[in-house]
Design a protein around this ligand. Sequence first.
Ligand SMILES: O=C(O)C(=O)Cc1ccccc1
Length: 282
Amino acid sequence: MKIAFLGPHASFTQLAAAQLFPNEELLPQASILDCFNAVENGEAVKAVVPLENSIEGTVSMTLDYLYKTPSIKIEAEAVMPIAHHLMIHPENSIENIERIYSHPQALAQSFHFLDTHYKEIPKQDFSSTAAAAKFVSENKETPIAAVANQFAANLYGLKIINHNIQDFEQNHTRFIIISKQQNTYQNNNLETLGEKAGMLITLPEDHPGGLHQVLSVFAWRKMNLSKIESRTLKTGLGNYFFFINVEGPWEDVLHGNALKELESINANVDFLGNYKEFLLES
Ligand SMILES: O=C(O)C(=O)Cc1ccccc1
């Protein structure tokens, strides 16, 4: 079975995918959109993409493509501790570094460290931390650095000059497994953190109490929400869709009662699945 992931090799997403699918073929993709496309067109059966980080928040591209691609559902979530390191080509020295590259989430998670120690050096977004590390390894004539993980440093032959530069000790990223099948991913070798249901909700029109009505469907059933994120619909300022996670037990969602009530208030629901959340190692 082919599993797409945000690559290249040694990205954080690959570290997550390798623990979730130790015996499957992992297909590196250049972007989160490419991961969704690979699943959509059948090139891969599933994909692993980042959804949310404890310092920097939601990966908006992932939410946007979940919304845009209703055939794609969520099979599981997996949480992994994240440590960032600053690395250079071993033949360069940090004194003359001209630019620091990384995934925008990694630059944001290390913002205060980089701002304190490398304020004058421009930072530039890259498609992933591992892609930035690979780029640094392939361009030793230009003195540049990357923020990435230790596996990327080893794989691309880079020297770590600052370890653990994330601004908060507690730094976790939540990844999701996406697919077109509505399977529930199971793995007895990984610690399970909990169960949840995921859904995308849009309201037919903006009216007073609209979101309150949606939330009350869960509130009176005593269903706990573990995440609610509003994201622009891109149809004009003030128009949003909502990503909502409901903690288990979720029989009410499953058996249609909560979904029926949401429909009765004219909310549009794209049910993303009931799935487990697993804990991964860094
Ligand atoms: O860039 C990567 O390596 C990714 O997999 C995305 C990411 C970036 C920063 C923290 C976690 C995941």
